[in-house]
Design a protein around this ligand. Structure first.
Ligand SMILES: Cc1ncc(COP(=O)(O)O)c(C=O)c1O
Length: 479
């Protein structure tokens, strides 16, 4: 492994932080055990051994699930913040880190061209989506939520938690929400919100947001964009193929957006983000906390009455459903965005583009492979940076078994892919009769190999990934 810069970075920064509290009377360690570094070192060795029982998520040969190592500056800033362990619920618990959260969230909103908005970090994409659907339910009680059958599974579950009716909409052979199927539901006149996924979890499919917005004109409903995985692609959307480019170009017209810094944003897990275009939805969060909100000069002002959140001493707990939240997550995000500003053409955006190029290259290799044993999606190249393919076999059961065997053979060569179940029909030429709901069609699923090529290094490592994949297929399927 290359030398890790984080321990070195932390020494100087920790000294600097400690100096700022140097005037306090010295306090010894609270625990006797903490005074014995030997005992802790032994435990930590045990921790290191236990943690070895993982796939090597940090390595470019890990090319399976949506896992991206945090940037070293994020790890260092997170660890530094642990000296303080701030809580971004209220200024009382995390003054500096709340300020940093407001700035960092402003940077994310800037990707979508939003300067006036309401937003904050959350513990995850799921909680961010929960807040979006909760607000949606407050605005249109009793109305239904719709989302593609390829939307993240949590939307249906969140809706059930919130006691909102949810209906899945059939996806087309590209994995995108079908506009015909959506309009059929909209005609019923009882839809409050449509969840538009820009980057589905399974294959990175981009729902046609621009077309959904056109339907919004006609039928009047709220549009929530789930960009937990794909949101950052707005930074390179001009380089995406149509119609994904058009969908991302329309994102600023959404009513709410979820984006996960802990997916593509180079952050440790525990960092999602929800943004609302209309800051006045802050009124739904109104609550009193007799314990915590004592340092805000605008304590009694309603969030919608506060001019802007930037530089505003609002308590983040006043505008979020969660109470305690890791201030360290905001510190890490802020530090990362200082080093890698979220601008088109910057290092961060170039990193996304490298992963996407890796995905396009892998897809091309699969299609051009002379053995003809790979079957990528009939719809064409990946929409973002996720590649899926099935293995040719006489039956879908045999194909699924082969996928599992190749997955294992790759792992034995240190190449870690993922598996996903997809509709068989996505691998056959489109009939023009789609879409038919997966549920209505019965199983019709096949297990496929899946690779999320989200690390910038994946582009340079693609030949080594390909060598291991083809060697594994030779072993399992014969040359
Ligand atoms: C599109 C999408 N939405 C929501 C989520 C849930 O996010 P989290 O795992 O952070 O709760 C995911 C997770 O992969 C996702 O891909």
């Amino acid at each position: 492994m290359p030398q890790d810069p984080v321990p070195g970075l932390l020494i100087r920064a920790t000294e600097l932080l400690e100096q700022q509290f140097a005037a306090l009377p010295a306090a010894g360690p609270a625990f006797e055990s903490a005074a014995d570094p030997g005992a802790m070192a032994r435990i930590l060795e045990g921790v290191a051994r236990r943690l070895g029982d993982n796939y090597p998520y940090f390595h470019p040969l890990y090319a399976g699930q949506m896992l991206k190592p945090p940037h070293p500056v994020a790890r260092a800033a997170y660890a530094l913040a642990m000296t303080i362990n701030p809580n971004n619920h209220a200024r009382d618990g995390g003054r500096a880190s709340s300020e940093m959260e407001i700035e960092a969230v402003g940077g994310i909103a800037g990707i979508f061209g939003w300067s006036e908005f309401l937003g904050h970090l959350t513990s995850s994409g799921t909680l961010a989506n929960l807040e979006a659907l909760w607000v949606a339910g407050q605005l249109a009680p009793g109305k239904r939520i719709l989302g593609s059958e390829q939307a993240h599974y949590t939307h249906q579950r969140i809706s059930a938690v919130l006691k909102l009716d949810y209906a899945p909409i059939a996806a087309d052979h590209c994995g995108r929400m079908s506009m015909d199927a959506l309009e059929t539901e909209l005609r019923k006149g009882d839809v409050g919100t449509v969840v538009v996924t820009l980057g589905s979890t399974a294959i990175g499919a981009v729902d046609p947001l621009d077309e959904v917005l056109a339907l919004r004109e006609r039928y009047g409903f709220r549009v929530h964009v789930d960009g937990a995985y794909g949101g950052y692609f707005r930074l390179i959307s001009e380089a995406l193929a149509e119609p994904a480019r058009r969908a991302f170009a329309a994102i600023s017209q959404a009513d709410s957006i979820v984006i996960d810094p802990h997916k593509h944003g180079l952050q440790p897990f525990g960092c999602g983000c929800i943004l609302f275009r209309d800051p006045s939805v802050g009124r739904f969060y109104k609550h009193d906390s007799p314990y915590t909100y004592f340092t805000s000069t605008q304590l009694h002002l309603h969030p919608s009455e506060k001019k802007s959140l930037a530089g505003d001493p609002v308590h983040l707990g006043e505008i979020s459903l969660e109470c305690s939240r890791a201030g360290a997550a905001a510190v890490a995000l802020w530090a990362t965005q200082q080093l890698l500003p979220l601008v088109p053409g910057g290092e961060f955006a170039r990193g996304l583009a490298h992963g996407r190029t890796a995905a396009l290259n892998l897809d091309r290799k699969l299609r051009e492979d002379r053995t003809g044993r790979f079957q990528p999606l009939a719809a064409g190249a990946p929409q973002l940076d996720i590649v899926v393919w099935k293995l040719k076999a006489e039956t879908s059961e045999q194909s699924s078994e082969l996928a599992q065997k190749v997955f294992d053979a790759c792992a034995a060569r240190d190449l870690h892919l993922a598996l996903v179940q997809l509709p068989l029909k996505w691998f056959e030429p489109a009939t023009g009769l789609e879409p038919e709901s997966l549920a209505a069609k019965g199983a019709g699923l096949v297990t496929c190999l899946r690779s999320v090529l989200m690390k910038p290094e994946h582009e340079a490592w693609l030949d080594r990934i390909w060598e291991r994949l083809t060697a594994s297929c030779d072993e399992v399927m014969g040359k």
